[in-house]
Design a protein around this ligand. Structure first.
Ligand code: ACO
Length: 157
């Protein structure tokens, strides 16, 4: 069922790694789709620690009524000064298909549109569901970089 959704974006630091880890644990289909092992809590902690050193990178918990429902990782001024790039949008598996992903993208577009011209999304692996999602929310397929990365783009102007 589609619902009208309002999400809060809450910055993630490594002390919130357990919450992000829980989201990954709740998305087993995605992990098997990209052919990886489920990350451990320490993997997540290390990754979030690394993010801290890159001020252009934003890791956010997507909160709905104070409950974490997803994770968003994007980088501003990348790949050029006037663009931002989403590397991961993850919605908890049992909440997928209810409009949360679309709401997250729309809210991010609204936040970025005054300072960025373009928003990119980079899809890893043969994730056909994600490719359909990005097209459905208005992104166009730009190119495939090698066999595992597909670039999508939406103009914010
Ligand atoms: N196939 C076709 N269309 C789809 C699919 C799909 N698998 N998933 C969503 N859509 C369409 C919906 O039908 C909807 O269209 P509508 O507005 O015309 O009805 C639109 O996309 C928005 O759907 P949402 O319900 O907002 O999508 P959801 O909340 O499930 O979020 C997401 C989509 C982020 C892909 C989610 O399913 C998810 O977390 N999947 C696992 C992780 C993943 O693959 N993330 C993307 C990786 S690539 C990247 O982040 C750059």
């Amino acid at each position: 069922m589609k619902v009208s959704v309002r999400l809060d974006f809450s910055p993630v630091t490594s002390d919130l790694a357990a919450i992000v880890h829980e989201l990954y644990l709740n998305c087993p289909t995605y992990i098997s789709l990209i052919g990886g092992d489920m990350p451990t809590l320490n993997d997540i902690r290390r990754e979030l620690d690394t993010l801290r050193h890159d001020t252009r990178r934003q890791a956010l918990l997507l909160m709905q009524e104070n409950r974490p429902v997803g994770f968003l990782d994007y980088k501003v001024a990348y790949p050029d000064l006037h663009s931002a790039t989403i590397s991961l949008l993850l919605i908890e598996e049992k909440l997928q298909g209810q409009g949360l992903g679309k709401a997250a993208v729309e809210q991010l577009e609204a936040q970025l549109s005054s300072r960025m011209d373009r928003l990119y999304a980079v899809v890893y692996g043969s994730n056909e569901q994600a490719k359909r999602f990005w097209e459905r929310v208005g992104f166009e397929h730009l190119r495939d970089s090698g066999p595992t990365l597909s670039w999508y783009m939406k103009s914010l102007k």
